[in-house]
Every structure is written in structure tokens, then in C-alpha cells.
Design a protein around this ligand. Structure first.
Ligand code: NAP
Length: 314
């Protein structure tokens, strides 16, 4: 099949580490341009003016946005108005309403839009979902603890309103949760810990109400030193499932599950799967805009008690 031309907007950490290598290795896509105020990619035409890119490169039919959430909407809306298909890094926007607006705009314009959730594509998430289908969940504990200094150096936007703070990684856990659970859950209480010099939380404790009465909690913390933990631990009537390393590893009753598919091939990683899905959406004229992970984040910001904690300095 012919490859399709795509541009990347917002050349920072995730664009460099994941999007560029994935696009370079993909037969679906041809990385034809980038747009960023400063960032560039070797060997690829670069723009710093988005309107100019849209005007001069009408051959580029898909735009993938790797900007922080707050500046994203205006660019994505402009791309849709210019008739381009749009792929959004997580979270798909800074508010629920702007995500809904983008979705409606895309449908009206007849272009594809994809709110990506990369953690949903982690190697063992589908296997976890399949195993849970016929189990009764008694308890679920999410532990998502990482060192913000190690993973987000210099990303000052994370601490500004709309930057999500610890929900920037925490939303990945929520994206897995909303994929693997057979029943929907809703937030029942939350506590956010906000450094006195920041606008977003550095840690959060969440409790969810489950229709079957299971105890469900999440603990997100950006202050973790030493071991980094991204795990979901689920006790059921038929054993215990632990999804760890952000969904890359799975154990059931303490037994590590195979990391190959039925044909013996290694399980494919997150970003190749995202771009393969985007290619399918564009070819089929589809829209994939599941907002359930960001709805939980919005609920946490609506419902939470807030506690001011010591200032954060990078
Ligand atoms: P980042 O390193 O800060 O890169 C974002 C880039 O966007 C910046 O380098 C900047 O490039 C550009 N930009 C344009 N307008 C901006 C503005 N107003 N403020 C700040 N930057 C602006 O961030 P990132 O880690 O790549 O994250 C980008 C998105 O990807 C976020 O939504 C994040 O949640 C998601 N994500 C990140 C990771 C990760 O591990 N880092 C993983 C998965 C998803 P110019 O200065 O050249 O314009």
C-alpha cells in the first residue's frame, strides 16, 4: 500500500524518542515535515510557522500533534479546518469540551481524528483485558510513582494550569484501566497534593466506585526516588493479575506471562501500534476519540480535596 505523508508538530521529548523512529520504520507513513518553534529533525523539512506549512505542503494529509495539551487545541482546529487528518498525543486536550469540539469539527469536515492513548497499546494490556473478561474483581490498586526530575526535566508546562502535574503520567494508568475493566467505574473521592509554588498536583490519591463493590484505589506520585513503579494489581475471585512496567509485563498468580504472540513473534510496542491504527483510521475514514481517561482526570479536579505541600524545585 502507498505510504501517506505526515507532519509532526511539537518536536520535544516524545516526538524525538518515539514518533520519529516509529515513522521512520513504518511503511504506512512518510515523515514529510515538522513544525516546532525550535525543534527540528535531521533530513526533514522544518517549519516554525504552522499556517505556512499547511499552505505550502498541501500534499501532507495527516498531522500528528506532540505539543503539550494547552497549546494543542488551536493548532489541531486549524489543521482540521485545512482538511487534514489529526492524531493527538495524550491527553487529547486541556479540557473535555475542547476535545468534543475537535471531534465534532473532524466529523463535519470528514477527516479522521485519533485521540491516542499509548499505554493502552503496551504489550500486555490486551492479554490483561482478555483474562479479566469473566472474573469478579474484589480489589484493584493502581500505583503510578515516578521521579519527575528524571522523566520530565525542563518541562515547566507540567506545573502550569492545564499541564496536569502528576496526572500527565497518571492518565496513562487511567487509559489502561478504562480499557481493561469489563464494567465502567467512576471516581468517588480524591485528594490532590499541590506544591505551594505550582498550579498542578505533584501527587494524588483516588478512590473509584465499582458496580460490583470492588475496592479500587489509585496512588500517583511524582516524588518517587529509587524504584519507579507503574503497576495495576487486581485481585479477583479466580486469582491475582499484576500488570507492571506501564503494561509491558503481566503476571497471573505470580507467573510471568509470555512476551511473544501465538506465532512466537515479540509483542509489538506502543507507538508502532498507534501509527498502524492511525493509518487504518485514515484509510477507512474513521474517528477514534475515547475521552474516558480524561473524564476521570476532570472528575478528580472537580471532586478533590486539595492539600498544599512543600514547594517543588527542579
Ligand atoms: P516536551 O519535551 O516539552 O515537548 C513538547 C514540545 O512542544 C516542545 O519541545 C516545544 O517545542 C513544543 N511547544 C509548542 N508550544 C509549546 C508551549 N506553549 N509550551 C511548551 N512547548 C511547546 O514535552 P513531551 O514530553 O514531548 O510531551 C508532549 C506531549 O506528549 C504531552 O501531552 C505529553 O503528555 C505527551 N507524552 C509525553 C511522553 C514522555 O515520556 N515525555 C510520553 C507520552 C506522551 P518548540 O520549543 O520547538 O516549539
Amino acid at each position: 500500500m502507498m505510504s501517506m505523508k505526515i507532519a509532526l508538530v511539537g518536536i520535544g521529548e516524545i516526538a524525538r524518542n518515539q514518533h520519529v523512529p516509529t515513522l521512520n520504520a513504518s511503511s504506512d507513513w512518510d515523515l514529510a515535515a515538522t513544525c516546532s518553534r525550535q525543534g527540528t529533525v535531521d533530513g526533514v523539512e522544518s517549519f516554525s510557522n504552522f499556517s505556512q506549512m499547511l499552505d505550502t505542503r498541501s500534499d501532507i494529509t495527516t498531522i500528528s500533534f506532540c505539543l503539550p495539551p494547552v497549546p494543542r487545541f488551536a493548532y489541531a482546529a486549524q489543521a482540521i479546518r485545512a482538511g487534514r487528518h489529526v492524531m493527538l498525543e495524550k491527553p487529547p486536550g486541556a479540557t473535555l469540551s475542547e476535545c468534543q469540539t475537535l471531534q465534532a469539527m473532524a466529523r463535519d469536515a470528514g477527516v479522521s481524528i485519533y485521540a491516542t492513548w499509548h499505554s493502552r497499546e503496551a504489550a500486555q494490556v490486551d492479554a490483561a483485558k482478555a483474562w479479566l473478561t469473566d472474573k469478579k474483581i474484589n480489589r484493584l490498586t493502581i500505583t503510578w510513582k515516578e521521579d519527575v526530575r528524571r522523566w520530565h526535566p525542563g518541562q515547566t508546562w507540567i506545573w502550569k494550569a492545564g499541564g496536569l502535574g502528576v496526572f500527565d503520567p497518571g492518565i496513562n494508568a487511567l487509559s489502561i484501566l478504562t480499557k481493561i475493566l469489563p464494567d465502567p467505574v467512576h471516581l468517588s473521592s480524591a485528594e490532590l497534593f499541590v506544591p505551594e509554588n505550582c498550579e498542578t498536583p505533584i501527587a494524588a490519591d483516588l478512590t473509584f466506585a465499582h458496580p460490583g463493590g470492588a475496592e479500587m484505589t489509585a496512588n500517583f506520585d511524582f516524588r518517587q526516588e529509587g524504584e519507579q513503579i507503574w503497576s495495576i494489581d487486581i485481585e479477583t475471585d479466580a486469582g491475582r493479575l499484576v500488570l507492571s512496567e506501564g503494561g509491558a509485563k503481566l503476571s497471573i498468580d505470580g507467573v510471568a506471562q509470555a512476551e511473544v504472540d501465538k506465532a512466537g513473534n515479540p509483542l509489538i510496542g506502543e507507538y508502532p501500534r498507534l501509527y498502524a491504527k492511525m493509518a487504518d483510521l485514515v484509510r477507512s475514514g474513521g474517528v477514534d476519540m475515547d475521552l474516558s481517561p480524561i473524564a476521570h482526570v476532570a472528575d478528580a479536579f472537580l471532586l478533590a480535596r486539595r492539600k498544599t505541600v512543600e514547594p517543588f524545585y527542579e
